[in-house]
Design a protein. Structure first.
Length: 202
């Protein structure tokens, strides 16, 4: 699509070649402006100056644009979670209370949870954390994520819960995840103050 705005865009990109930033070379997108899926980052789009508010498009180009929008809008959040990198950080925080990095940490800790034909580990952990955070009933959750059956939410939550109890809790939450010295270090001052003990009695 040859438009005034597109030619200006390529000019503005080439003007940045003297900067320390990476630029597009041989159709390989730079990591500063592009996501791993090849789409421009939102902040990069915001930085593009507007040269013209009207763009002329050919009929075929409009069809392609509308089709891509239709496909994108038809994807449910559950479908988008198959590629978590495309999900905005704010969505992750709003739905689960965790960042993407924290979500990946939890996912990697759950060794007994596996991808299945119906869902990935990330999808399962995301839904489970959303359920814990919001406390909604499973029917509502299935509607939010556009899942066909409510039972799928129940199965996912049970699978993740079992994996959390088996893999995550013993390593991160139970008493045996600290050594005796760690326990003494963290509790000596409190015990001494509580029972009015001196150092020789500890």
């Amino acid at each position: 699509m040859e438009t005034e705005s597109s030619s200006n865009l390529s000019t503005s990109i080439s003007e940045n070649q003297n900067d320390d930033e990476q630029i597009v070379v041989e159709n390989v997108p730079c990591t500063i402006h592009f996501q791993e899926n090849g789409l421009l980052k939102e902040e990069a789009i915001d930085e593009i100056p507007i040269y013209k508010n009207v763009t002329t498009m050919k009929k075929d180009e409009v069809k392609i644009l509308l089709e891509s929008l239709r496909v994108t809008s038809s994807k449910s959040l559950f479908d988008q979670l198959r590629d978590i990198k495309t999900v905005p950080e704010t969505t992750c925080l709003n739905f689960t209370g965790f960042t993407k990095d924290e979500l990946f940490f939890i996912k990697n800790e759950l060794k007994s949870l596996y991808d299945t034909e119906n869902r990935t580990k990330v999808q399962a952990v995301f839904i489970y954390l959303f359920w814990l955070r919001k406390g909604l009933d499973q029917t509502t959750i299935s509607e939010i994520f556009q899942l066909k059956y409510r039972q799928l939410v129940s199965n996912i939550c049970e699978q993740v819960r079992s994996a959390v109890l088996k893999d995550f809790v013993p390593k991160n939450l139970r008493a045996n995840h600290l050594t005796r010295d760690d326990w003494l270090l963290q509790n000596t001052e409190m015990v001494a103050e509580l029972f009015d003990l001196n150092s020789s009695q500890l």
